[in-house]
Write a protein that binds this ligand. Structure first.
Ligand SMILES: *Cc1c(COP(=O)(O)O)cnc(C)c1O
Length: 959
């Protein structure tokens, strides 16, 4: 008994749970990379002029249970009213089988975006189900695998209409005035930077305008009225106008598909298919269009292709449309989207099937009919004669009705003139109807619900016959097979097992921090206090969220060295767009609105140029020198040429080449000299936290990827959060919101997301991470991330040259392994190594970014020395295999590398390779102990794009 109580308590520290290598192992590793202490290593690597004199004040580390208890008391300050506000957000009953086996399951939520299809067949199948569901409900040919939210999907629809329309002179986009207000808001913001003219009016007025390239209408208007737009859309189409329809996903179960009405594009939110409102998100938007627009479509699309053995296999199709490759010419800047939420919605449809969904939709509609009939019986006027689930109820004394509603713990929609809005959902019960009657009739009325029900069942005109769905939906076997919980659980598990996520092995990506997503961080997101709030509820009901957001903002401001944080952007790329928009508005406010040039180093992530283009800027590329650093001479020249047209530079730090450029302060100075602003892409903050800050370096604005640096899991390709930090002078210009105004927190400037605080319900994850790590742990995390990267670089560099390093040959938090010399010498490529790593049980590193022919590895601080060693040993063993190819022992077209990955069925076929079965699938002892089996061989990308097929394949082809 030699320890004090303080020391004994320190044993509980979360820091040592989050950080992989133990103190002893860290010492061993430091020795190998050539430093005595973590601090000394940091001092060797990070330029002296940017090292913080003192760490950010984010408080002391808390244990998991302390932090959970504190957050619980914050959460309990949220008040759980029943919200009938609607406006695209509805209460849900998440099927527990999905909640537990998917939303709370690291096998699903820790996976990465499926860039490596061979280790992603499970979530690719789940996304294909989501696409099939979208196609069935919208009636269109082609659907994407999720967008960020309904409002941004509306903005994407507008941008796509402009790209796709043959009316090249037209510059106006018409939006019906009963589209949800937040959708109109985001569309206006986007139009402002694109220079489009947005006209909002009664839908039929669109016919009077000859300048339209596109139109957006909403099938069930924001106040509930159903529209048959067949004539309008067809007249506009005959003029070449691209027609978009926003639709409520649940209503589509009963209503005729918008495609039958003449829609070219249909989008909406899939939230009410099992995803909690979560005070605004994350939720997946669905987006579908006609096949002829496939090349102009935004977002990821999953397609069916073949693997090297000719078996059916899935992959992301037409990636050449995306920002990674097309950069400023991309259709959209979207990178991270909403995969986990799309999968939940898709599984909701799988679980309920067409019969179950129809029952749910009919029940919601019947309850609405009953409410309407009862109110009308009592002499109350409804504004519309048609509805699916939303009534616009005329009231003489609105404040009294709203107050009465609050006294019953109920929120009604409050922003309508002379009326309240009521939207029912799958959680609404007959008891709730009685409460609503009491609220609206201002008395206790014993309504005979059964009589009203019989009346509505016998006769209802609230959905006109012309709008009733005639076509069948969800006829595919996948939506008709898994309706018992046992079958459902096993189907989800079957898909999960096909994939490699962080619960299986390290995911050594570069430029995408795949660190621990601790259970204690994840637990709060499904607490009802966080999950059940409507984003437009009265702000005082969300007091817990306000505290959470204020604290997290304050910590992030400390960590970034900025003065203010805006929580609205719901991905990194959206953060870039929001930051550039802020810069643009700032210049405009000073009468310098014609600053439109954005300098971007050639090494930048593809989202940078794509976002600059969306913000209405022109991209000028700045060269990098041989060491991968920004070429200062070129920068000075380009900045000078831009002169008073210079808007900003976008720079990533440490650079995408994995080094701390020594000249970063000078870069900032040069840009400022010419009146430009500095946008520092914060995706690499995992190498800065506690060591330096963008603000200290001299930048004006950054986005943070909370889903990289601050422990939000990747969800297989989303959700994410990309809040921006800004210096004081930019703070008045960040995105605001048209529906929710909170004094001192939000402004009224145009929004970039549907909800004021983006995907608010995942913010508890980052709050928990920062609080449990404390200032000390956060700094140590960055230092160990750097240590782990240098340990890998040091041990692998004799076999694979490290492309870029700073002085002393040290790297930042990631390293680029150059495969080009090997490729040149013997024909083995970075792709072969990446796929062979799968046989060794690893996800591949990032391939060919930012330099073609390379592999980039970012181990993060969460990986233990044992796991790093396992990875290093795999890479070294692969290097030995390459030697055998080089020596001519194995031919270049038949060796374990080019044939990788190997799958089980190969083993029972005739084996004709010059290497053994054993070597193919059990190349190391570590693999023998814990084998991950990919289910398909290497994907044929060309076949998939040539034979684009983005719907569910028949069941038979899986057998
Ligand atoms: C990940 C990343 C982004 C984009 O973030 P998303 O959330 O995927 O939109 C931008 N820049 C860099 C350097 C990144 O690594």
């Amino acid at each position: 008994m030699t320890q004090t109580i303080k020391q004994l308590e320190h044993g509980e520290s979360f820091i040592e749970r989050h950080i992989g290598p133990s103190a002893e192992e860290r010492q061993q590793m430091l020795e190998i990379v050539g430093a005595k202490t973590l601090n000394q290593l940091t001092e060797l690597i990070v330029p002296a002029d940017i090292q913080l004199p003192y760490p950010p004040a984010t408080g002391d580390a808390q244990t998991e249970h302390q932090a959970l208890a504190e957050l619980k008391s914050i959460a309990s300050q949220n008040q759980r009213y029943k919200s009938y506000i609607g406006m695209g957000y509805n209460a849900v009953l998440t099927p527990p089988v999905i909640l537990r086996n998917m939303l709370e399951n690291p096998g699903w939520y820790t996976a990465y975006t499926p860039y490596q299809p061979e280790v992603s067949q499970g979530r690719l199948e789940a996304l294909l189900n989501f696409q099939q569901m979208t196609q069935d409900l919208t009636g269109l040919d082609l659907a994407s695998a999720s967008l960020l939210d309904e409002a941004t999907a509306g903005a994407e629809a507008m941008a796509m209409a402009k790209r796709a329309s043959k009316l090249k002179q037209a510059n106006s986009f018409f939006v019906a005035d009963d589209v949800h207000p937040q959708t109109i808001d985001v569309i206006k913001t986007r139009a402002e930077t694109f220079g489009f003219n947005v006209i909002v009016g009664k839908a039929k007025q669109a016919l009077d305008n000859s300048d339209l390239f596109g139109i957006l209408v909403q099938l069930s208007g924001t106040t509930g009225e159903l529209h048959d737009y067949t004539d309008l859309l067809n007249q506009l189409k005959s003029r070449g106008v691209i027609t978009s329809v926003a639709a409520d996903i649940m209503s589509l179960v009963l209503l005729e598909s918008p495609a039958a009405m003449g829609a070219d594009v249909v989008f909406g939110s899939s939230q009410r298919f099992g995803v909690p409102m979560g005070y605004g998100g994350p939720h997946a938007a669905f987006f579908a269009c006609k096949d002829e627009f496939k090349r102009s479509m935004p977002g990821r699309i999953i397609g069916v292709s073949k693997d090297a053995a000719g078996n059916t296999a899935l992959r992301m199709a037409m990636q050449t449309r995306e920002q990674h490759i097309r950069r400023e010419k991309a259709n959209s800047n979207i990178c991270t989207s909403q995969v986990l939420l799309a999968n939940i919605a898709g599984f909701y449809a799988v679980y309920h099937g067409p019969v179950g969904l129809t029952r749910i939709a009919q029940r919601i509609h019947r309850l609405t009919d009953i409410l309407a009939a009862g109110l009308q019986l009592q002499g109350i006027t409804l504004r519309h004669a048609t509805w699916f689930d939303t009534l616009c109820v005329e009231v003489a004394d609105k404040p009294a009705v709203l107050t009465r509603a609050l006294s019953f713990g109920v929120n009604l929609r409050a922003d309508l003139d002379g009326a309240v809005g009521i939207t029912l959902d799958e959680a609404t019960t007959v008891d709730d109807l009685n409460t609503l009657f009491d609220i609206l009739l201002a008395k206790e009325t014993a309504m005979d619900i059964d009589a009203l029900d019989r009346q509505c069942m016998a006769q209802s005109h609230s959905i006109p016959a012309s709008l009733l769905r005639k076509s069948a939906i969800l006829t595919h076997p996948v939506f008709n097979s898994y309706h018992s919980e046992t079958e459902m659980m096993r189907y989800m598990h079957r898909l999960e097992r096909k994939d490699l996520a962080l619960n299986q092995a390290m995911i050594p990506l570069g430029s995408c921090t795949m660190k621990l997503n601790a259970a204690a961080e994840m637990i709060p997101i499904t607490w009802p206090e966080f999950a059940e709030l409507h984003p437009f509820c009265p702000p005082e009901q969300a007091a817990g969220y306000q505290i959470l957001i204020a604290q997290l903002s304050q910590w992030l401001a400390q960590i970034t060295g900025y003065d203010a944080v805006c929580m609205q952007p719901n991905s990194g790329a959206q953060g870039e767009y929001a930051g550039l928009l802020t810069i643009r508005r700032y210049h405009e406010s000073r009468g310098q609105g014609d600053r439109y040039i954005c300098l971007i180093p050639s090494s930048a992530h593809g989202t940078n140029p794509a976002s600059a283009q969306m913000a209405g800027m022109a991209v000028v590329v700045v060269a990098c020198d041989k060491q991968g650093n920004i070429d200062l001479t070129d920068l000075r020249e380009k900045a000078q040429q831009a002169g008073d047209k210079l808007s900003c530079i976008m720079v990533t730090y440490p650079s995408t080449h994995g080094v701390y450029e020594e000249t970063i302060r000078e870069v900032c100075t040069i840009v400022h000299q010419f009146g430009g602003q500095v946008y520092l892409d914060g995706a690499n903050m995992n190498a800065q936290v506690g060591i330096t800050t963008p603000g200290y370096i001299g930048a004006d604005v950054s986005h943070l990827n909370l889903h990289k640096t601050f422990s939000i899991p990747h969800g297989g390709g989303g959700p994410g959060m990309g809040p921006i930090g800004v210096k004081m002078h930019l703070a008045p210009f960040v995105p605001g919101h048209s529906v929710v105004q909170i004094d001192g927190v939000t402004n009224r400037l145009g929004a970039v997301s549907a909800a004021p605080f983006g995907s608010a319900s995942i913010l508890p994850i980052s709050w928990m991470y920062i609080h449990m790590m404390g200032a000390e742990g956060l700094k140590m995390a960055s230092q160990v991330a750097i240590l782990n990267a240098n340990y890998i670089a040091k041990r692998l560099s004799p076999s694979y040259p490290v492309l870029y390093s700073g002085h002393d040959g040290l790297v930042a938090h990631e390293c680029i392994l150059d495969i080009r010399p090997l490729k040149e010498e013997c024909g083995i490529t970075e792709m072969d190594i990446a796929k062979r790593l799968i046989d060794y049980g690893f996800h591949a590193p990032t391939m060919s970014f930012p330099v073609a022919g390379t592999l980039m590895v970012e181990p993060t601080e969460s990986e233990s020395k044992a796991e790093l060693d396992r990875f290093i040993e795999a890479m070294l063993a692969i290097r030995n295999e390459i030697r055998r190819v080089q020596a001519g022992e194995w031919p270049l077209d038949d060796n374990p590398l080019v044939n990788a990955p190997h799958i089980q069925t190969e083993l029972v076929q005739e084996w004709l390779h010059p290497y053994s079965r054993d070597l193919a699938v059990f190349p190391s002892q570590a693999v023998l102990n814990n084998k991950y089996w990919p289910t398909v061989k290497r994907l044929d990308d060309v076949y998939g794009d040539r034979n684009l097929f983005c719907s569910c394949v028949p069941m038979a082809s899986y057998q």
